[in-house]
Design a protein around this ligand. Structure first.
Ligand SMILES: Cc1cc2nc3c(=O)[nH]c(=O)nc-3n(C[C@H](O)[C@H](O)[C@H](O)COP(=O)(O)OP(=O)(O)OC[C@H]3O[C@@H](n4cnc5c(N)ncnc54)[C@H](O)[C@@H]3O)c2cc1C
Length: 368
């Protein structure tokens, strides 16, 4: 199989790029020249994963089928897990696909390209903390659904236990941790309404942050306001608290031990370790180092979104945000569109920070 442009990863950045290019090229050419690859059959907008985890959003209703999106936006899609790159031959390998019984249903495939865009996103950064397997992560829809299932089970357990308490510790008070706290309170309020008074339980949420304020990437005023709002909702906010180890139901921290029925790790991002094996330059977060044209260290291979370290101001790199992935997709769509039409356009990518929205929900936590 050969395509002019192969995009690996159909998240906030990759899907946008495929759709913009497909629409530019139109019905007759788009599907012939642009291929999007993702390991899942459905796209879920990652910034909504905390809502899927809390159950305030249904992934089955919100998930968008790549096949349908491809048909509507005139690009090709194939499901598969990117597992190797041959930069010299300009080809990638997709791993074999197995069914749930472990039988191979699609063999490993090789796809060649003229230009490759890596839009693989990122996962969690455990910072080497021992016992990370005792925490829930929110890296993809499976993680979010797993958390939701267990949250329902734990809620049921709490409502029939003698203590009548469900305790949740969230490590990391960036936007994900803060929004998850608020979303769980929303879900809890809805749950209480469905329970008889003899089944009600208390939800204790503790937000644990290593830095000296929550929402450290945002202006201090926002941190202050969010802290006040969370405390008003009875969320316990601990700052300057470093998690040293996680055990089942227990966080060992610089401020003492914290018991929790469920622990969520939302303390930062890191790209896949396998990125470092591809022969492309990566940084300490395994992000592909790109220049201001989003080019990696190998010609005709580009990277965007969370998996890319693109230069920004004061020696910093562009933050890992959906708005950055989206802007980078639009930039590459413009550049590639011009190249495909054999036009010369040469302008750098410049990140525009349009600010961030942090949702703190609407509901006050109810008391039993
Ligand atoms: C809970 C949560 C809330 C957030 N809220 C916000 C917010 O409010 N605002 C904001 O700007 N940002 C937010 N973010 C960050 C934002 O989601 C990311 O910055 C953004 O999704 C990055 O886009 P991307 O295209 O780089 O990666 P992603 O959107 O993560 O997409 C990566 C894609 O690559 C696919 N993939 C990965 N590996 C492979 C492989 N080996 N083979 C094939 N496919 C692969 C994945 O399945 C996925 O579809 C939030 C993140 C989380 C987790």
């Amino acid at each position: 199989m050969h395509y002019d442009i192969v995009i690996v990863g159909g998240g906030a950045g990759g899907l946008e790029l495929a759709a913009q290019l497909g629409r530019k090229l139109g019905k007759s050419l788009g599907g012939e020249r642009v291929l999007l690859i993702d390991k899942f059959p459905f796209h879920i907008w990652k910034p909504t994963l905390h809502e899927v985890a809390a159950g305030t959003l249904d992934a089955h209703q919100e998930g968008l089928s790549y096949t349908v999106l491809a048909r509507r936006n005139h690009f090709s899609f194939t499901m598969g897990e990117f597992s190797g790159l041959d930069a010299q031959r300009k080809s990638i390998t997709l791993a074999a696909i197995q069914n749930p019984e472990g039988e191979e249903i699609v063999p490993s495939r090789i796809i060649s390209f003229k230009r490759l865009v890596l839009a693989l996103g990122s996962g969690s950064n455990s910072f080497g903390t021992p016992g990370i397997e005792n925490a829930y992560l929110l890296e993809n829809v499976r993680d979010a659904q797993r958390f939701h299932q267990d949250w329902l089970s734990e809620s049921a357990r709490a409502s029939f236990s003698s203590e009548r308490v469900l305790s949740i510790a969230i490590v990391g008070a960036g936007a994900t941790g803060v929004e998850l706290s608020a979303e769980l309170l929303e879900a809890y309020a809805a749950l209480l309404e469905s329970l008889g008074s003899n089944q009600r339980f208390r939800l204790d949420i503790t937000l644990v942050e290593g830095g000296d304020r929550i929402l450290g990437g945002l202006p201090p005023k926002i941190s202050e306001q969010a802290t006040i709002a969370l405390k008003r909702k009875q969320v316990k906010v601990l700052v300057n608290t470093r998690v040293q180890e996680l055990r089942k139901g227990l966080l060992i921290t610089s401020a003492g031990d914290i018991a929790a029925d469920m622990i969520v790790w939302a303390a930062g991002i890191k790209a896949a370790d396998s990125n470092a094996q591809l022969g492309l330059e990566v940084n300490r977060l395994n992000q592909f180092v790109v220049d201001d044209r989003l080019r990696t260290s190998v010609p005709e291979i580009y990277a965007l979104g969370d998996c890319a370290a693109a230069p920004w101001v004061d020696g910093k790199t562009v933050p890992a945000r959906a708005q950055a992935a989206h802007q980078q997709a639009s930039y590459l769509a413009k550049m590639f569109g011009a190249m495909l039409n054999e036009q010369e356009v040469d302008e750098p990518y410049v990140y525009q920070d349009f600010g961030s929205l942090v949702s703190l929900g609407t509901t006050r936590a109810s008391e039993i």
